[in-house]
Structures are given as structure tokens and as C-alpha cells.
Write a protein that binds this ligand. Structure first.
Ligand code: ADP
Ligand code: NG1
Length: 458
């Protein structure tokens, strides 16, 4: 066992969930767990679909997490079970090169992503054998980062089981990379907040270098998460990677137009850095250089002076090979506008004038409109829910996470919280039996929670 952070100790007998997990573990494997690990999900308050473009985001960890009980042995085998019967048992003796099947993103592949990340980081040829039972409370495929919490938890478990030690920043960086083995070209927001979160504060997450700064949320408001009850599995669809690809192409088109070496640049933030321009100037540049009509492959290749084959291999991902048209103007407008909104949100939180709550609400509403109209990552259910939240007393409301389903986050004055919850319940959940059945876990207040940790039994 390593003696380095991140680690917390908890009084296991006072925690019903841990006790239950321990019982299930003992029944399943006939031994006691050696340690536990947990990694939280998150809600992103503002800054959507810009982490993979190199821009800062502003999430907070939520109480819901992935919790795992673990024992370690020298069998070289990984055995996984899940409290939720929807996720089947898994057992595999781990080779030096772990294979992740992108075409079939089963739950245990997310776990294996974390194992692979640590294995590669340390060049481990023979992994410690591990038996685990997983208990997750984050609604899956709902924009609250259940997949990343599973990857982060698995990396933490693998590090601990193999008696290695890493800083939280290194763990976050490794997990951001290794989750990509599942096929989604995500940014690093989810893994960063899962490791770097601290109870009681939201965080501004900056990339390159990765850094998390406390953001004090205003007094007198609470943040409410509501799930529109439509799931969207990122790895099993191409929506997400299409956006990543569109941003990559827009990067190259803008770079080319300004005489930069477009072959070197991959992210929209890099173009801004190279040009030493403000975000306002970047928004003007997008209007000047890119047209709103979708671009065909041929047009892009002509501008970038590349062949169709180079286009497919260098710019597209495996699951976007069939896409024929790309909306570059709209996507780049969203990214630069949203990046500016994040910085404004942070500075309003820092300066805290009396009217700040109204300003923060407006920024959240603008963010939703941009996600819906420019980035096209909302859906009718989310738009309806956001609308209902605003009519029910929220000062600001927006989709959170990848979108195309999943959750909205609303900022609500504390004194209105009960009437807000009741109004949303009545307007969105109760009229539909399926939603009504999911209401308890789909509408809740969220406070900034703590980060991932290994938990040792006392
Ligand atoms: P999210 O936005 O929540 O990260 P994704 O669609 O990217 O959603 O990932 C969801 C996937 O993560 C699930 O389909 C499942 O494979 C895995 N997952 C989430 N929660 C759990 C859990 N409690 N146990 C096992 N796997 C989980
Ligand atoms: P969720 O909502 O957890 O699937 C995804 C990406 C983030 C970020 C958001 C959109 C992964 C693991 N997560 O989050 O990096 O881009 O969408 O802001 O790909």
C-alpha cells in the first residue's frame, strides 16, 4: 500500500452504502475487501464542448459517484461485478496489451481504460490481480460523467493495487487520455474535476498546463440538476465526435486563412494563441472567414490543399468516416462565445456585485441558446425542461454535459427552491408515467462535492 494522497479514511460502519457493498463483496468473492475507492460525477455550470478546444470550463463535483470495493491477489486476473444487474460480471487475465473494443462499448471496457492508463504510465508487465464490486449512483449517459467517474475510479484502484503513486493532476491527465480508448475524443474536464474537486467549491479548470482554481459560488442561490430522462451514450453514437471533428477542421481553416501553419494546429484555442487575438476578435474572424452553409469534404480539401484521403485519415475519427458535411461557422462561433462566457462567469463570481446573480443567470441562458442553436447539442426534451425550469423560478438554466439528452442545471434563489421543485415536478415529471417513476433520482439540489479518493477500512 502506498502512503501518498489522494486518500481519505472513513468510519466504515457509519456508512450504510459501504456496509452493503462490503456484504455483497464478501458473498461474491468469499473474502473481505482490502480497500475501497470512489470517484465523483460532475455538473458543469458553464463551458460546454470547449474543453477539447483547449478552453477553460467551470464544473463542480456532485455527491453521486462510483464506489468500488477491491481485493488484491497475485493471479494476474481482473474480476469485476456490479451491484446493478444490468452490468454483467467480467473476468479476464490481463495481457500486457489490453484491448478495448470501441465498437461494443460495454461497461467493463471503461474500467479497462483506467487499468490500461496506469499500466502504460508505469510500463507494468504483470498487473496485480484484482477482484472488485462496483456500486454507481450517477445516472448513466445523462451528462453527469458516469463514464469518467468509472475510468477515474478504476485508475485509482489499479494504482493502489499495484503499489504505485501519482499526483491528482497526473491521474487526471492519464484518465483524460485513457478514456479516449473507448473511442470518444473527449477533453479533460470530467477526469480533472473528478480528481481535483474539493468540497464546497466549484472549480475553474484550465488546460495545458492543467490547473484547478476555486470559484466561490454566490450566496443565496442553489444549483438544481434535472434529468430530461432521455439517455445519450457518447461512445455508441457519433454526435460527439462529429463536433470534435468540426472544431478541428474549423481550426485548420481559420489558421490557413491567417497564414499560420495549419498542419500543426488542432484546437481552436491554439489559433487564438498564435494570433494573440482576443475572443471578440476571434468571433469576428469566424464571421469573416467561414460561411454559415455546411462545408463539403471537397471544399475543405481545396482550401487546405489536402487530398480526400488525407482528410479521412488526418481529420476524421473512426466513427465519423461517413460524414459528408460540416458546420464550421456555427461550431466555431459557439466555442469562442462560450469560452468568453466562462471567463465572465468566473469574474462575476469573484467580484460578487449585488446584481451578480442576474448576470450569472443570463450567461447560463446564453450558453443554453448557443448549445441549442449553434452547436445543436440539445434536444426537444432538454429545451422543454430548460424552459420549464426558467418559468418555475430559475434565474438561469442550461443543458449540462455533452447534451442530446441528459441533464439541465438551473440556478435558483434559495428562498424559491421548494416552489421551484414542485413546479418542475408538476410540469415535467408527473404528466409522464415514465418520467414520474424516475423523478426521485432525476430532480435534486446539488452542492459542490469532494474528489476521488482511496478509502481504507479503519
Ligand atoms: P456519461 O455522460 O454519464 O459519462 P456515457 O454515455 O459517456 O455517459 O457513459 C455511460 C456508460 O458508462 C454506461 O453505458 C456504462 O457503460 C458506464 N457506466 C456508467 N455508470 C456505470 C455503473 N454504475 N456501473 C458500470 N458502468 C457504468
Ligand atoms: P459527458 O457529459 O460526461 O459525456 C462530455 C465530455 C467532456 C466535455 C462534455 C461537453 C468525455 C469523457 N466527456 O461529457 O470532456 O466535452 O461532454 O462539455 O468525453
Amino acid at each position: 500500500m502506498t502512503a501518498n494522497p489522494p486518500k481519505i479514511k472513513t468510519a466504515i460502519n457509519t456508512n450504510e452504502r459501504l456496509k452493503n457493498l462490503k456484504n455483497i463483496f464478501e458473498t461474491k468473492y468469499g473474502e473481505s475487501p482490502l480497500f475501497y475507492a470512489c470517484a465523483p460525477g460532475r455538473v458543469n455550470l458553464i463551458g460546454e464542448h470547449i474543453d477539447y478546444c483547449g478552453y477553460s470550463v467551470l464544473p463542480m463535483a456532485i455527491e453521486q459517484n462510483i464506489l468500488a470495493a477491491v481485493s488484491v491477489n497475485n493471479s494476474g486476473t481482473i474480476q469485476l461485478a456490479n451491484i446493478n444487474p444490468q452490468y454483467q460480471d467480467f473476468k479476464q487475465s490481463c495481457p500486457e496489451d489490453i484491448t478495448i473494443d470501441r465498437d461494443n462499448p460495454k461497461w467493463y471496457y471503461y474500467f479497462l481504460c483506467g487499468v490500461k492508463g496506469i499500466q502504460e504510465r508505469f510500463g507494468i508487465t504483470r498487473l496485480a490481480g484484482m477482484s472488485c464490486v462496483i456500486d454507481g449512483t450517477i445516472p448513466p449517459s445523462s451528462g453527469l460523467s458516469s463514464s469518467s467517474a468509472l475510468v477515474c475510479c478504476s485508475a485509482l484502484i489499479t494504482m493502489e493495487a499495484n503499489e504505485k503513486s501519482l499526483s491528482k493532476v497526473s491521474l487526471a491527465e492519464i484518465c483524460a487520455k485513457c478514456e479516449q480508448y473507448i473511442g470518444t475524443e473527449g477533453g479533460g474536464m470530467d477526469q480533472s474535476i473528478s480528481f481535483l474537486a474539493e468540497r464546497g467549491t466549484a472549480k475553474l479548470i484550465e488546460f495545458q498546463p492543467l490547473k484547478a482554481t476555486d470559484v466561490k459560488l454566490p450566496e443565496g442561490v442553489v444549483f438544481v440538476i434535472s434529468n430530461c430522462c432521455k439517455e445519450m451514450n457518447k461512445a455508441a453514437s457519433s454526435h460527439y465526435n462529429i463536433r470534435v471533428v468540426e472544431c478541428r477542421i474549423a481550426t485548420k481553416m481559420l489558421a490557413q486563412a491567417r497564414g499560420l501553419d495549419s498542419s500543426r494546429l488542432l484546437k481552436l484555442a491554439q489559433v487564438q494563441t498564435e494570433l494573440k487575438a482576443s475572443l471578440e476578435e476571434m468571433l469576428a474572424l469566424v464571421d469573416e472567414v467561414l460561411h454559415p452553409e455546411p462545408y463539403s469534404r471537397e471544399e475543405i480539401c481545396k482550401v487546405l490543399c489536402i487530398t480526400l484521403e488525407q482528410f479521412s485519415t488526418d481529420l476524421l475519427s473512426a466513427n465519423t468516416q461517413d460524414v459528408t458535411h460540416f458546420k464550421l461557422h456555427q461550431r466555431a462561433k459557439h466555442v469562442y462565445g462560450e469560452a468568453a462566457r466562462v471567463m465572465m462567469f468566473k469574474s462575476v463570481c469573484d467580484s460578487g456585485p449585488a446584481e451578480s446573480i442576474q448576470l450569472l443567470g443570463e450567461l447560463m441562458n446564453q450558453s443554453h441558446a448557443s448549445c441549442r442553436d449553434l452547436y445543436e447539442c440539445s434536444c426537444p426534451e432538454l429545451d422543454q425542461l430548460v424552459d420549464i425550469c426558467l418559468k418555475s423560478g430559475a434565474v438561469g438554466s442550461r443543458l449540462t454535459g455533452a447534451g442530446w439528452g441528459g441533464c439541465a442545471v438551473s440556478m435558483v434563489p434559495s428562498e424559491k427552491i421548494e416552489s421551484f421543485l414542485q413546479a418542475v415536478r408538476e410540469a415535467y415529471f408527473l404528466p409522464d408515467p415514465r418520467r414520474a417513476a424516475m423523478e426521485k433520482q432525476s430532480l435534486f439540489v446539488s452542492k459542490p462535492g469532494g474528489g476521488a479518493a482511496v478509502i481504507l477500512e479503519e
